[in-house]
Design a binder for this molecule. Structure first.
Ligand code: 2P0
Length: 320
């Protein structure tokens, strides 16, 4: 039966920030992420005799807005030598204003919904490779808990695997919405431009070390080591953007203010760390016992701030 598919977003604790092959979305580095329970995309794809259409949140999308989806689905059709027009219906439970990229859940759900539609039996590894072609970070959303996307060096060898789908770690991610402005630099452009930084290559050389340290922190159930390393890795990515030629940054004044607040909380003994993606908003990593206090402090520091408290989400699930 052709089922609706649910995929959750993920946040990288070791970042993907550079492509070796833009067409296949082969990355220059391996990455590691946490899949989130609070944010997800539901997608169903059906074959139709009429024209192909894409509905997002029950609204039909223009040809321009649908282009990335259908270009992607055409690649999958070519790969599996199947044809036909398609109706794609997606509901995004990722508030666009939450400062979270929805492409990870969107393309993981599309890949799995495509396989449902054509009754293709694929392994999680193959599904991860298919999702990767749509959006790099989507390769990791096939799995729950912690996932590692091993960079590989070809379409066959670049895919994510489940590191720990049911982690014991007490880990919460507070998605803090400070700024709802549309980001000025897309991830695709940011990743490309970042490579002009003199620190890009040295950062790449550290990838194995940081990945292995993060895997160890997870195996040891060591929140402190995980938080420190996630913060370092995010700051390295943003330092590279700041030293690209020409330089650029996703930071806004509120980003720095939020970083200072995390540092202040830590100085007071409230253990928390931050990670930042290709936008101005920060995600705070903390343990359950401190989450209320941290939310309160962010709420009193920033007017009208929206905060979502997320923890581990599952991998691809099939609804209906
Ligand atoms: C990540 N980001 O590892 C990194 C960290 C943002 C910062 O993956 O071009 O939408 O579609 O492969 O996955 C965001 O970029 O990029 C991203 P494409 P994607 O999560």
């Amino acid at each position: 039966m052709n089922k609706t598919v649910r995929a959750h977003t993920n946040i990288a604790l070791i970042k993907y920030w550079g492509k070796a092959d833009a067409q296949l979305r082969l990355p220059l580095m391996s990455s590691l992420s946490m899949t989130l329970d609070a944010f997800y995309t539901d997608t169903k794809i059906e074959k139709v005799t009429g024209p192909s259409q894409f509905y997002l949140n029950n609204e039909q999308q223009s040809a321009a807005a649908s282009q990335r989806v259908f270009t992607y689905l055409k690649k999958l059709q070519d790969r599996f030598q199947v044809t036909g027009n398609l109706i794609v219906k997606s509901i995004n439970h990722v508030p666009t204003s939450a400062g979270l990229a929805s492409s990870s859940s969107a393309f993981a759900a599309l890949a799995a919904a495509f396989c449902q539609c054509y009754e293709l039996e694929v392994t999680p590894e193959e599904l991860s490779r298919l999702a990767r072609i749509g959006s790099g970070s989507a390769s990791r959303s096939i799995y729950g808990g912690f996932a590692v996307w091993q960079k590989g060096d070809s379409d066959q060898t670049s895919y994510a695997y489940a590191l720990d789908e049911k982690p014991a770690m007490d880990l919460h991610l507070l998605a803090v919405e400070l700024n709802t402005k549309q980001k000025k630099i897309s991830s695709t452009h940011g990743m490309k431009d970042a490579q002009s930084s003199p620190f890009f290559k040295p950062w790449l050389k550290r990838n194995d070390l940081e990945l292995n340290e993060m895997i160890q922190a997870i195996k040891d159930n060591n929140f402190t080591a995980l938080g420190q390393l996630a913060e370092l890795n995010a700051n390295e990515m943003h330092a590279i953007n700041l030293t690209a030629q020409p330089e650029f940054t996703y930071f806004e004044p509120q980003t720095i203010q939020a970083i200072k607040l995390v540092e202040q909380l830590r100085a007071e003994g409230i253990e928390c760390y931050y990670t930042i993606d290709a936008g101005p908003n920060i995600k705070v990593l903390c343990q359950l016992r401190n989450s209320k206090e941290i939310i309160q402090r962010f709420s009193s520091e920033f007017n009208n701030v929206k905060i979502v408290n997320a923890s581990f989400g599952p991998g691809i699930t099939y609804l209906d």
